[in-house]
Design a protein around this ligand. Structure first.
Ligand SMILES: Cc1cc2nc3c(=O)[nH]c(=O)nc-3n(C[C@H](O)[C@H](O)[C@H](O)COP(=O)(O)OP(=O)(O)OC[C@H]3O[C@@H](n4cnc5c(N)ncnc54)[C@H](O)[C@@H]3O)c2cc1C
Length: 475
């Protein structure tokens, strides 16, 4: 039997670890904050011997309850935050500050979740996080070359890469992920690295990661462009992305408009930012566009395209320098913050979508969102056909309606060939949606994989999959 690790059992300390950004609350008997990988592996072996549930907790910005424990032990990665080299960081390191350091040195690690200044590198890896720039660069997956991991059994593996086969006895998954940006379910990967990415803390603990870096862009042009109606906006989205060098459709020779990000604001989102920006008369929708460039910013080309595309072009807010870009970024970031303020004021849960659909289904999905009559605000990554429709119920009746609307829209997204989660993951709150999307056979294959990797099913119980009856294990 392994020896007992250092555990914190003070309920006041544990209290700070029992929730995440989903605002659901859990319970745990103890908290371990290992100082190094040896201590972390020993803690997992000790828990494995007892069949004790373990929930990995990092920065708790997840929105799906994945980091919220349902009893057992919490395992924090916060002390594994060392930066060994620009491209080698601990799983517990904060993402955004490291990206800033890289950029100051002319290097770029592209994944840009809006929460990057609060979330950890390990959290971003296991959630396969992404953001606005995933339009150009894809999700976190494409920017990780290797990880060090501790498996649920306590076994340590170093430099797990795309050359690392699945461990003996782990079944290979063969299911077809939808052809969209997706973070729903285990990846059908033939190597251990790609399987761990997106596994939401259920197959191993990422202790260190090797990042793939690229040179920072020479210049970035950011524009907030206003449109007179949704139809014109969608036509411009199609035009802007038709020649773009996209993660999902790479082009060695992109067309003249080659944005790296296309973000959308609906009329309610525009209302939310009214105090921060002059809204032109007649503007109903807006796009925030980011364009990388060498030499002079391609402003004239974009202005012409906006005029031709029917935008309210002369009112476009343009940012070429860092200060202006920070202002536009703050406007974009004001949307999730403003939404959360409304949620708090309403004293009701937020019901927010994270669906993505194929390009051909964007207009249909947007029409579904636009037809919603409950209070809502819709914004997000329209380049990837990935919008966040936040329903803002004001009472119990509206909450029930919001939940059924959400479910109906999820089913619609799946029917259109999309995903129930493009970036936030499934966690504990969206298991039923994952089951709907993948069907019983694939769900069974996920469970068989989990059982092979974690026979006592201790790690991340209840995330992605309904757990088997709770094992024992006292602290
Ligand atoms: C305001 C806001 C904006 C957001 N914007 C985005 C966005 O644009 N794009 C996006 O993709 N997400 C976004 N998110 C969701 C969230 O920030 C990301 O999913 C993030 O990657 C979670 O990181 P974390 O360190 O907070 O992990 P936590 O919330 O602590 O944990 C999340 C999951 O990862 C597991 N985990 C964490 N670290 C490890 C590790 N080292 N090894 C194994 N498992 C681990 C946990 O067990 C849990 O299952 C947003 C969240 C908020 C609150």
């Amino acid at each position: 039997m392994s020896s007992k690790p250092a555990l914190i059992t003070d309920p006041d300390i544990i209290l700070g670890y029992l929730t995440d950004a989903s605002n659901t609350h859990g319970r745990a008997e103890a908290l371990a904050v290992p100082a190094d990988v040896d201590a972390l592996a020993a803690t997992l072996r000790w828990a494995q011997d007892r069949g004790m549930p373990v929930t990995v907790t990092a920065r708790r910005t997840g929105t799906t309850g994945a980091a919220v424990p349902d009893g057992g032990l919490l395992l924090s990665t916060e002390r594994l935050s060392q930066v060994e080299a620009p491209d080698i960081v601990g799983g517990g390191a904060l993402l955004g500050p490291h990206q800033d350091t890289l950029e100051a040195a002319g290097q770029h690690f592209p994944p840009d979740p809006t929460s990057r200044y609060e979330c950890s590198v390990g959290g971003a890896i296991v959630c396969n996080a992404s953001g606005a720039r995933s339009f150009r660069y894809g999700a976190t997956r494409g920017w990780i070359d290797w990880v060090d991991v501790v498996l649920p059994t306590g076994e340590r593996l170093e430099r797990v890469s795309r050359d690392t086969p699945l461990p003996a006895g782990w079944p290979r998954l063969r299911w077809a992920e939808p052809p969209v940006k997706t973070a729903a379910g285990y990846a059908p990967a033939d190597n251990l690295l790609d399987l761990l990415i997106g596994s939401e803390g259920t197959l191993g603990v990422i202790t260190r990661a090797g990042l793939r870096l690229r040179p920072a862009p020479a210049g970035v042009l950011t524009m907030l462009a206003f449109f007179p109606d949704l139809e014109t906006t969608l036509r411009f989205v199609d035009q802007a992305r038709s020649g773009a060098d996209r993660a999902r459709a790479p082009r060695p020779k992109p067309g003249p408009l080659n944005p790296r990000a296309i973000e959308y604001f609906d009329p309610n989102a525009l209302e939310m930012i009214r105090a921060r920006v002059d809204l032109p008369a007649g503007a109903t929708d807006a796009l925030l566009l980011e364009v990388e460039h060498e030499g002079e910013a391609p402003l004239d080309r974009w202005f012409e395209a906006l005029v031709e595309g029917g935008a309210l072009a002369e009112h476009t807010v343009v940012a070429e320098d860092e200060q202006g870009q920070r202002r536009l970024a703050a406007i974009r970031h004001a949307l999730p913050a403003g939404t959360n303020e409304r949620v708090v004021a309403n004293r009701m849960p937020k019901v927010g979508t994270d669906f993505a659909v194929p390009d051909a289904a964007l207009a249909e999905m947007m029409a579904e969102y636009r037809a919603v009559t409950l209070p809502h605000v819709c914004f997000g990554h329209i380049g990837d056909n990935h919008l966040h429709l936040n329903l803002l119920p004001r009472d119990a009746t509206e909450l029930a309606e919001a939940r059924s609307t959400y479910r109906r829209l999820a089913e619609r997204a799946v029917a259109l060939g999309g995903t129930v989660s493009a970036e936030h993951g499934i966690g504990k709150l969206k298991r039923a949606l994952l089951a709907h999307q993948v069907g019983p056979e694939t769900l069974g294959a996920f469970a068989a994989l989990k059982a092979a990797a974690d026979p006592a099913w201790i790690l991340g119980r209840g995330t992605l999959l309904e757990p088997p009856p709770a094992p024992g294990g006292a602290v």
